[in-house]
Design a protein around this ligand. Structure first.
Ligand SMILES: [Zn+2]
Length: 344
Protein backbone atom coordinates (compact mmCIF):
# COMPACT_ATOMS: atom_id res chain seq x y z
CA UNK A 1 0.00 0.00 0.00
CA UNK A 2 2.73 2.36 1.07
CA UNK A 3 4.80 1.35 -1.99
CA UNK A 4 1.90 2.13 -4.32
CA UNK A 5 1.29 5.59 -2.87
CA UNK A 6 5.03 6.38 -2.93
CA UNK A 7 5.28 5.48 -6.61
CA UNK A 8 2.11 7.48 -7.35
CA UNK A 9 3.64 10.54 -5.68
CA UNK A 10 6.90 10.00 -7.60
CA UNK A 11 4.99 9.66 -10.88
CA UNK A 12 3.03 12.86 -10.14
CA UNK A 13 6.23 14.74 -9.31
CA UNK A 14 7.87 13.52 -12.52
CA UNK A 15 4.83 14.49 -14.57
CA UNK A 16 4.76 17.90 -13.01
CA UNK A 17 8.46 18.36 -13.81
CA UNK A 18 7.86 17.14 -17.35
CA UNK A 19 5.03 19.61 -17.81
CA UNK A 20 7.16 22.49 -16.54
CA UNK A 21 9.99 21.56 -18.92
CA UNK A 22 7.56 21.31 -21.82
CA UNK A 23 6.12 24.73 -21.09
CA UNK A 24 9.56 26.25 -20.71
CA UNK A 25 10.76 24.84 -24.02
CA UNK A 26 7.51 25.74 -25.79
CA UNK A 27 7.99 29.31 -24.67
CA UNK A 28 11.59 29.30 -25.89
CA UNK A 29 10.67 27.76 -29.24
CA UNK A 30 7.96 30.46 -29.57
CA UNK A 31 5.59 28.03 -31.21
CA UNK A 32 1.91 28.09 -30.53
CA UNK A 33 0.80 24.80 -29.11
CA UNK A 34 -2.27 23.73 -27.23
CA UNK A 35 -1.14 22.74 -23.75
CA UNK A 36 -2.16 19.23 -22.94
CA UNK A 37 -1.19 16.98 -20.07
CA UNK A 38 2.06 15.04 -20.45
CA UNK A 39 -0.01 11.86 -20.29
CA UNK A 40 -1.95 12.97 -23.35
CA UNK A 41 1.12 14.19 -25.14
CA UNK A 42 3.12 11.00 -24.76
CA UNK A 43 0.59 8.24 -24.39
CA UNK A 44 0.06 5.87 -27.23
CA UNK A 45 2.86 7.14 -29.43
CA UNK A 46 6.09 5.34 -30.32
CA UNK A 47 4.58 1.95 -29.57
CA UNK A 48 5.28 -1.07 -31.76
CA UNK A 49 1.55 -1.24 -32.48
CA UNK A 50 1.60 2.26 -33.94
CA UNK A 51 4.81 1.48 -35.81
CA UNK A 52 3.13 -1.47 -37.52
CA UNK A 53 0.12 0.72 -38.32
CA UNK A 54 2.41 3.34 -39.89
CA UNK A 55 4.08 0.75 -42.14
CA UNK A 56 0.77 -0.86 -43.11
CA UNK A 57 -0.73 2.53 -43.96
CA UNK A 58 2.26 3.45 -46.14
CA UNK A 59 2.06 0.09 -47.93
CA UNK A 60 -1.68 0.47 -48.47
CA UNK A 61 -1.04 3.85 -50.11
CA UNK A 62 1.41 2.29 -52.55
CA UNK A 63 4.74 3.26 -51.00
CA UNK A 64 7.54 0.82 -51.78
CA UNK A 65 10.20 0.29 -49.16
CA UNK A 66 13.90 0.46 -49.92
CA UNK A 67 16.99 -0.06 -47.84
CA UNK A 68 19.52 2.72 -48.18
CA UNK A 69 21.77 0.29 -50.04
CA UNK A 70 19.00 -0.35 -52.59
CA UNK A 71 18.45 3.40 -52.99
CA UNK A 72 22.16 3.92 -53.68
CA UNK A 73 22.33 1.00 -56.11
CA UNK A 74 19.31 2.24 -58.03
CA UNK A 75 21.01 5.60 -58.49
CA UNK A 76 17.66 7.34 -58.27
CA UNK A 77 17.66 10.78 -59.79
CA UNK A 78 15.20 13.61 -59.17
CA UNK A 79 11.86 12.73 -60.71
CA UNK A 80 10.04 14.85 -63.26
CA UNK A 81 6.99 15.11 -61.13
CA UNK A 82 6.79 17.20 -58.01
CA UNK A 83 7.89 15.71 -54.73
CA UNK A 84 4.43 16.19 -53.31
CA UNK A 85 2.54 14.97 -56.36
CA UNK A 86 -0.16 12.48 -55.46
CA UNK A 87 -0.75 9.91 -58.18
CA UNK A 88 -4.38 9.04 -58.82
CA UNK A 89 -4.75 5.36 -58.21
CA UNK A 90 -7.77 3.25 -57.51
CA UNK A 91 -7.68 1.35 -54.22
CA UNK A 92 -7.44 -1.93 -56.15
CA UNK A 93 -4.38 -0.67 -58.05
CA UNK A 94 -2.81 0.26 -54.76
CA UNK A 95 -3.62 -3.14 -53.33
CA UNK A 96 -2.07 -4.93 -56.31
CA UNK A 97 1.02 -2.80 -56.13
CA UNK A 98 1.32 -3.49 -52.42
CA UNK A 99 1.12 -7.24 -52.91
CA UNK A 100 3.65 -7.07 -55.74
CA UNK A 101 5.94 -4.95 -53.60
CA UNK A 102 5.77 -7.43 -50.77
CA UNK A 103 6.67 -10.31 -53.07
CA UNK A 104 9.49 -8.36 -54.70
CA UNK A 105 10.85 -7.41 -51.30
CA UNK A 106 10.64 -10.94 -49.94
CA UNK A 107 12.07 -12.69 -52.99
CA UNK A 108 14.78 -10.33 -54.12
CA UNK A 109 18.15 -10.14 -52.44
CA UNK A 110 18.93 -6.60 -51.39
CA UNK A 111 20.98 -5.83 -54.47
CA UNK A 112 18.54 -7.12 -57.08
CA UNK A 113 15.80 -4.49 -57.12
CA UNK A 114 16.04 -2.85 -60.53
CA UNK A 115 12.85 -0.82 -60.89
CA UNK A 116 12.72 2.81 -59.82
CA UNK A 117 9.55 3.31 -57.82
CA UNK A 118 7.78 6.67 -57.99
CA UNK A 119 6.60 6.52 -54.43
CA UNK A 120 8.99 5.08 -51.92
CA UNK A 121 10.30 5.11 -48.36
CA UNK A 122 13.95 4.58 -47.51
CA UNK A 123 13.59 3.00 -44.10
CA UNK A 124 16.57 3.64 -41.86
CA UNK A 125 17.18 2.78 -38.22
CA UNK A 126 19.97 4.22 -36.11
CA UNK A 127 20.55 1.69 -33.34
CA UNK A 128 21.96 4.11 -30.77
CA UNK A 129 21.02 1.97 -27.73
CA UNK A 130 18.94 -1.02 -26.65
CA UNK A 131 19.69 -3.25 -29.63
CA UNK A 132 16.97 -5.70 -28.49
CA UNK A 133 14.29 -3.19 -29.45
CA UNK A 134 15.62 -3.23 -33.02
CA UNK A 135 14.96 -6.94 -33.27
CA UNK A 136 11.30 -6.18 -32.55
CA UNK A 137 10.95 -3.54 -35.28
CA UNK A 138 12.88 -5.84 -37.64
CA UNK A 139 10.38 -8.64 -36.99
CA UNK A 140 7.42 -6.36 -37.72
CA UNK A 141 9.00 -5.25 -41.00
CA UNK A 142 9.86 -8.83 -41.92
CA UNK A 143 6.26 -9.92 -41.36
CA UNK A 144 5.17 -7.21 -43.81
CA UNK A 145 7.79 -8.14 -46.42
CA UNK A 146 9.79 -4.95 -45.77
CA UNK A 147 13.57 -4.67 -45.65
CA UNK A 148 15.15 -1.79 -43.78
CA UNK A 149 18.65 -0.51 -42.99
CA UNK A 150 19.99 -0.96 -39.45
CA UNK A 151 23.06 1.05 -38.43
CA UNK A 152 24.89 -0.22 -35.36
CA UNK A 153 27.35 1.63 -33.13
CA UNK A 154 30.33 0.00 -31.46
CA UNK A 155 29.14 0.82 -27.92
CA UNK A 156 28.04 -2.26 -25.92
CA UNK A 157 24.35 -1.30 -25.81
CA UNK A 158 24.22 -1.24 -29.61
CA UNK A 159 26.85 -3.79 -30.63
CA UNK A 160 25.05 -6.94 -29.51
CA UNK A 161 26.07 -9.85 -31.76
CA UNK A 162 22.86 -11.86 -31.26
CA UNK A 163 20.71 -8.89 -32.25
CA UNK A 164 22.82 -7.97 -35.28
CA UNK A 165 22.80 -11.57 -36.46
CA UNK A 166 19.03 -11.95 -35.96
CA UNK A 167 18.36 -8.76 -37.96
CA UNK A 168 20.76 -9.76 -40.76
CA UNK A 169 19.14 -13.21 -40.90
CA UNK A 170 15.77 -11.57 -41.57
CA UNK A 171 17.27 -10.03 -44.71
CA UNK A 172 17.68 -6.47 -43.48
CA UNK A 173 20.68 -4.34 -44.37
CA UNK A 174 23.37 -3.87 -41.70
CA UNK A 175 25.57 -0.79 -41.67
CA UNK A 176 28.07 0.96 -39.42
CA UNK A 177 26.81 3.89 -37.33
CA UNK A 178 30.22 5.45 -36.98
CA UNK A 179 31.57 7.99 -34.51
CA UNK A 180 35.29 7.28 -34.79
CA UNK A 181 36.37 10.92 -34.53
CA UNK A 182 34.72 11.21 -31.10
CA UNK A 183 36.00 7.81 -29.96
CA UNK A 184 39.56 8.70 -31.01
CA UNK A 185 39.56 12.15 -29.44
CA UNK A 186 39.56 13.96 -32.78
CA UNK A 187 42.78 12.30 -33.99
CA UNK A 188 42.10 11.66 -37.72
CA UNK A 189 44.82 9.02 -38.25
CA UNK A 190 43.60 6.96 -35.31
CA UNK A 191 39.97 7.49 -36.36
CA UNK A 192 40.57 6.13 -39.88
CA UNK A 193 42.31 3.02 -38.50
CA UNK A 194 39.53 2.55 -35.95
CA UNK A 195 36.91 2.94 -38.67
CA UNK A 196 38.62 0.28 -40.84
CA UNK A 197 38.71 -2.20 -37.94
CA UNK A 198 35.08 -1.72 -37.00
CA UNK A 199 33.84 -1.81 -40.59
CA UNK A 200 35.65 -5.15 -41.01
CA UNK A 201 33.94 -6.33 -37.83
CA UNK A 202 30.43 -5.45 -39.08
CA UNK A 203 31.26 -7.08 -42.40
CA UNK A 204 31.45 -10.41 -40.55
CA UNK A 205 27.64 -10.15 -40.25
CA UNK A 206 26.73 -8.59 -43.58
CA UNK A 207 28.60 -7.31 -46.66
CA UNK A 208 28.30 -3.69 -45.48
CA UNK A 209 27.95 -1.22 -48.35
CA UNK A 210 26.60 1.86 -46.55
CA UNK A 211 27.43 3.74 -43.37
CA UNK A 212 25.85 6.54 -41.40
CA UNK A 213 27.35 8.93 -38.89
CA UNK A 214 26.17 9.01 -35.29
CA UNK A 215 25.42 12.63 -34.51
CA UNK A 216 26.38 12.68 -30.83
CA UNK A 217 25.02 16.08 -29.75
CA UNK A 218 27.30 16.49 -26.76
CA UNK A 219 30.52 15.61 -28.59
CA UNK A 220 32.72 18.45 -29.76
CA UNK A 221 33.62 16.35 -32.83
CA UNK A 222 31.51 15.94 -35.93
CA UNK A 223 31.77 12.28 -37.03
CA UNK A 224 31.59 13.30 -40.70
CA UNK A 225 34.89 15.19 -40.45
CA UNK A 226 36.76 11.89 -40.78
CA UNK A 227 36.05 12.12 -44.54
CA UNK A 228 38.36 15.09 -44.82
CA UNK A 229 41.14 12.52 -44.31
CA UNK A 230 39.91 9.46 -46.23
CA UNK A 231 37.33 8.47 -48.82
CA UNK A 232 34.68 5.96 -47.81
CA UNK A 233 33.96 5.17 -51.46
CA UNK A 234 37.53 4.78 -52.71
CA UNK A 235 39.25 3.48 -49.58
CA UNK A 236 36.51 1.29 -48.10
CA UNK A 237 34.41 0.11 -51.04
CA UNK A 238 31.27 1.75 -49.66
CA UNK A 239 28.52 3.22 -51.82
CA UNK A 240 26.60 5.53 -49.56
CA UNK A 241 26.41 7.76 -46.50
CA UNK A 242 22.99 9.41 -46.04
CA UNK A 243 24.47 12.79 -45.12
CA UNK A 244 26.39 12.92 -48.42
CA UNK A 245 24.53 10.69 -50.86
CA UNK A 246 20.93 11.73 -50.61
CA UNK A 247 19.48 14.45 -52.81
CA UNK A 248 17.25 16.21 -50.29
CA UNK A 249 15.86 18.48 -52.99
CA UNK A 250 14.06 15.34 -54.16
CA UNK A 251 13.50 13.55 -50.89
CA UNK A 252 11.64 14.49 -47.74
CA UNK A 253 13.30 13.56 -44.44
CA UNK A 254 11.42 12.37 -41.37
CA UNK A 255 13.18 11.43 -38.14
CA UNK A 256 11.95 10.54 -34.66
CA UNK A 257 14.94 12.34 -33.15
CA UNK A 258 13.89 13.81 -29.82
CA UNK A 259 10.90 11.45 -29.62
CA UNK A 260 8.85 13.67 -31.90
CA UNK A 261 8.67 13.89 -35.67
CA UNK A 262 9.42 17.62 -35.66
CA UNK A 263 12.53 17.21 -33.52
CA UNK A 264 14.71 19.17 -35.93
CA UNK A 265 13.81 22.10 -33.68
CA UNK A 266 15.85 20.56 -30.88
CA UNK A 267 18.35 18.49 -32.84
CA UNK A 268 22.00 19.47 -32.94
CA UNK A 269 23.11 17.37 -35.95
CA UNK A 270 20.29 15.14 -37.23
CA UNK A 271 18.60 17.69 -39.47
CA UNK A 272 18.65 18.98 -43.04
CA UNK A 273 18.99 22.77 -42.63
CA UNK A 274 18.59 23.99 -46.22
CA UNK A 275 15.44 22.09 -47.11
CA UNK A 276 13.72 22.10 -43.74
CA UNK A 277 12.35 25.60 -44.39
CA UNK A 278 10.84 24.49 -47.71
CA UNK A 279 9.25 21.44 -46.10
CA UNK A 280 7.86 23.56 -43.27
CA UNK A 281 6.44 26.05 -45.80
CA UNK A 282 4.76 23.12 -47.58
CA UNK A 283 3.09 22.12 -44.33
CA UNK A 284 5.04 18.88 -44.02
CA UNK A 285 5.33 19.17 -40.27
CA UNK A 286 4.26 16.25 -38.13
CA UNK A 287 4.57 15.81 -34.42
CA UNK A 288 2.97 12.49 -33.63
CA UNK A 289 3.03 9.28 -35.64
CA UNK A 290 -0.74 9.57 -36.03
CA UNK A 291 -0.19 12.87 -37.87
CA UNK A 292 1.94 11.04 -40.46
CA UNK A 293 -0.62 8.24 -40.78
CA UNK A 294 -3.36 10.83 -41.33
CA UNK A 295 -1.29 12.68 -43.96
CA UNK A 296 -0.59 9.38 -45.71
CA UNK A 297 -4.28 8.52 -45.82
CA UNK A 298 -5.34 11.93 -47.13
CA UNK A 299 -2.63 11.96 -49.81
CA UNK A 300 -0.71 14.98 -48.52
CA UNK A 301 2.47 13.09 -47.66
CA UNK A 302 5.33 13.57 -50.16
CA UNK A 303 6.09 10.74 -52.58
CA UNK A 304 9.70 10.13 -51.71
CA UNK A 305 10.79 10.00 -48.09
CA UNK A 306 13.64 8.83 -45.92
CA UNK A 307 12.32 7.78 -42.53
CA UNK A 308 14.87 7.43 -39.74
CA UNK A 309 13.86 5.88 -36.45
CA UNK A 310 15.73 5.08 -33.25
CA UNK A 311 14.23 1.73 -32.22
CA UNK A 312 15.21 2.24 -28.57
CA UNK A 313 12.24 4.56 -28.16
CA UNK A 314 9.69 2.20 -29.71
CA UNK A 315 8.13 -0.07 -27.13
CA UNK A 316 4.75 -1.39 -26.09
CA UNK A 317 5.76 -1.21 -22.42
CA UNK A 318 4.03 1.77 -20.77
CA UNK A 319 6.66 2.04 -18.02
CA UNK A 320 9.59 1.94 -20.45
CA UNK A 321 7.79 4.32 -22.81
CA UNK A 322 7.22 6.84 -20.01
CA UNK A 323 10.84 6.51 -18.82
CA UNK A 324 12.04 7.13 -22.37
CA UNK A 325 9.72 10.12 -22.70
CA UNK A 326 10.96 11.73 -19.48
CA UNK A 327 14.64 11.21 -20.28
CA UNK A 328 14.12 12.44 -23.85
CA UNK A 329 12.30 15.52 -22.67
CA UNK A 330 15.24 16.46 -20.46
CA UNK A 331 17.64 15.79 -23.34
CA UNK A 332 15.58 17.94 -25.71
CA UNK A 333 15.75 20.84 -23.29
CA UNK A 334 19.53 20.47 -22.93
CA UNK A 335 19.98 20.16 -26.71
CA UNK A 336 17.78 23.20 -27.30
CA UNK A 337 19.85 25.26 -24.87
CA UNK A 338 23.03 23.92 -26.53
CA UNK A 339 21.82 25.07 -29.96
CA UNK A 340 20.97 28.53 -28.56
CA UNK A 341 24.32 28.76 -26.79
CA UNK A 342 26.33 27.67 -29.84
CA UNK A 343 24.49 30.09 -32.13
CA UNK A 344 25.47 33.06 -29.95
ZN1 LIG B 1 22.90 7.79 -33.71
Amino acid sequence: MLGTSTSSVTALLLLSLLKKLDKLRDRMESTHRITKSPYHRYKMDFTLKIYRKLLETLQAQGYKFLTFEQYCMLGLRPQDESLNCVTAESPSDKQQETSATREANIDSPTHQITESPTRFIILRHDVDLKAENSVETAKIEHSLGIKASYYFRVVPDSDKPDCIKAIADMGHEIGYHYEDMSLCGGNPEKAVVHFAEKLAYFRTYYPVKTICMHGAPTSQYDSKDIWQFASYKNDFDLIGEPYFDVDFSDLFYLTDTGRRWDGYKVSVRDKIPTYQDVWTANGWVYKRTDDIIRACNNGSLPNRIMITTHPQRWTDSKVKGMQEAIVQNLKNTVKYLLIKWRSK
